[in-house]
Design a protein around this ligand. Structure first.
Ligand code: IMP
Ligand code: MG
Length: 187
């Protein structure tokens, strides 16, 4: 028997699929201009998986043939505020010594996640690290870090979509948006 589909969430679009695609093409050109021959792209999972998938394909169209490996970090649990502690769930398995590495993440907020990723890649011997985030939240950082490349500055609200979640939901949305409060009560 067919199941009744869950109601669609009410999400205000902040960055549309078209806006994101246009920025990614520009970012890819900027990355290719300076990329070393043996570039290793390291998406920080899970939130960056869609951004990274689109970015590496844009890198391909821009003429780059990077290696890709993943790092899974966590700090949020299922809430909307950071626990303040970054957990390494899974580390990069590729050799990092002497490599140029591009770290790709979804959001730069307190900076703990990106700082942790960058430090761990450098500790393993990477010769050069560039950081690229989809969204930069211009809030007070817990650590002094800024992204080398960013697609957008983002208002200081909790966002979902395009890979980003609230308790593992909404990652599939093809845009970045803000959940409308009490949206389930309206369905
Ligand atoms: P930071 O360590 O505080 O900079 O947080 C960065 C990480 O927290 C990001 O990689 C995201 O995974 C997550 N995060 C921060 N803000 C949001 C948000 O608004 N929506 C979903 N995830 C977020
Ligand atoms: Mg993340």
């Amino acid at each position: 028997m067919a199941q009744t589909p869950l109601p669609r969430p009410h999400v205000n679009v902040l960055f549309s699929a078209n806006q994101i695609a246009a920025r990614i093409a520009t970012l890819a050109d900027a990355i290719v201009e300076k990329a070393p021959r043996n570039l290793l792209v390291v998406p920080v999972l899970k939130g960056s998986f869609i951004f990274a998938a689109d970015l590496v394909r844009a890198l391909h169209h821009a003429g780059l043939t990077p290696e890709i490996d993943f790092m899974t970090l966590g700090s949020y649990g299922t809430g909307t505020t950071s626990s303040g502690e970054v957990r390494v769930v899974q580390d990069v398995s590729a050799e990092l010594a002497g490599r140029g590495v591009l770290i790709v993440d979804d959001i730069l907020e307190t900076g703990r996640t990106l700082a942790h990723a960058k430090m761990s890649v450098l500790e393993r011997g990477a010769s050069h690290v560039t950081t690229c985030v989809l969204l930069n939240k211009p809030v007070a950082r817990a650590t002094a870090i800024s992204a080398d490349l960013k697609a957008f500055d983002c208002p200081d609200v909790f966002v979902v979509g395009y890979g980003m979640d609230l308790a593992h939901r909404y990652r599939e949305l093809p845009f970045v948006g803000q959940l409308v409060e009490n949206s389930s009560e309206r369905d």
